[in-house]
Ligand binder design. Structure first.
Ligand code: NCD
Ligand code: ZN
Length: 354
């Protein structure tokens, strides 16, 4: 029985860090484990220009604890008015590593997203030219489409036509939640990949709705039926380089989660690695964990894997995590996976600054 595993330090290819007091409060949960993260730009107002991304990058760097090393990989929020030259300048300078597409109205702070996809064609052409990946929130927003079908419909109505039109565009399907997403990512060729969250490997829609409503399991895209969760698990543990970790850890304070119209988002940054080791062990695939968390992502983004290492140790007693992170912007409830993971993740000493 494996009780210890050393892997390359992981990265998080989809993360919400927010700003101000929330940023300060939750960033250490990520930087304690992850070497880098793709930082989502859905602030209010969103991170739209190179100047916005520079300023946000500085604020994030200022919030990194002195004894942690962490590199925020910035993104721009794609709008119908995005200027291709500004975007290219941000990419050429090395500041941004991707651009995020939110269909308008799809999720938290997506009001400035895209309504008319023909308007973004010039930007997508430029991105294809310079090899800058597009991170896609893949859900249609039409009110006549059932929320549980929105990902599958997006693939047919939006993603397939968009990729046919921009054949060289590199696309990452963010936080896929369905078998349809897995199947589409598999057949997409070398320009297509998909991120999978920790929580979508663990919960299905019954966990949200059966036996009482659980606001802390509500996120977007919403968790689907069990057959979809199983398809995601199979993809994550397959070792296929099309799939890698993007936690979509998305903190909201409890006041905003526990109310009549609660926010979408699950906070998993602090216990993701422990939960994933448990999941991969359940699937008899601990040998594939490193590919999922530490190798496949950098490969798609054309970045080197981290040189530092993380050791995961299976202890006799379950690993204890705080139930909440207390921040200056309110309390954030930590994802409860519904099992006790005995896996404890620590970085080797040489990952730290001192
Ligand atoms: C995210 C957030 O809160 O910013 N929420 C979520 O449920 N995942 C937005 C997103 O990634 O859809
Ligand atoms: Zn997200």
């Amino acid at each position: 029985m494996t009780t210890q595993l050393t892997i390359r330090r992981p990265d998080d290819w989809h993360l919400h860090l927010r700003d101000g007091e929330m940023l300060k409060g939750i960033l250490p949960s990520t930087s304690a484990h992850f070497g880098r993260a793709i930082i989502m730009p859905n602030l209010v107002p969103p991170v739209v220009t190179k100047a916005d991304a520079e300023a946000y990058h500085d604020r994030i760097r200022a919030a990194i604890p002195a004894d942690h090393t962490f590199e925020p990989l910035m993104t721009l929020y794609l709008t119908e008015d995005t200027n291709p030259d500004d975007l290219q300048a941000a990419a050429d300078s090395g500041l941004i590593k991707a651009v995020k597409l939110y269909p308008a109205g799809a999720t938290t702070n997506s009001q400035s997203g895209v309504r008319n996809f023909s308007k973004i064609a010039p930007v997508l052409e430029r991105m294809a030219e310079i090899g800058l990946p597009l991170c896609v929130h893949g859900e249609v927003t039409d009110s006549d489409v059932d929320i549980f079908d929105r990902e599958a419909v997006f693939i047919d109505r939006v993603l397939e036509p968009l990729r046919n039109h921009h054949k060289d565009l590199r696309v990452i399907m963010e936080h896929i939640t369905t078998k349809d997403g897995v199947d589409y990512a598999k057949q997409g060729g070398e320009n297509l990949a998909a991120t999978i969250t920790t929580h979508h490997l663990i919960i299905n829609r019954n966990d949200i709705l059966a036996g009482g409503i659980k606001p802390h399991f509500y996120c977007l895209p919403v968790a689907k039926r069990e057959e979809h969760r199983l398809a995601l698990r199979a993809a994550a543990v397959s070792g296929s380089d099309r799939f890698f970790l993007g936690t979509d850890s998305a903190p909201h304070n409890d006041d905003n989660k526990l109310c009549a119209c609660g926010c979408a988002g699950i906070f998993t940054a602090i216990n993701t690695m422990s939960c994933l080791a448990h999941v991969f062990e359940e699937e008899a695939a601990l040998d594939k964990l490193e590919a999922f968390t530490s190798l496949n992502g950098p490969k798609f983004y054309n970045l080197p894997a981290n040189s530092e290492r993380m050791t995961l140790i299976k202890r006799d007693k379950p690993t204890i995590f705080p139930k909440q992170i207390i921040t200056g912007a309110g309390n954030v409830t930590v994802f409860d996976p519904g099992f006790k993971s005995h896996w404890d993740a620590t970085l080797t000493a040489d990952c730290r600054n001192n």
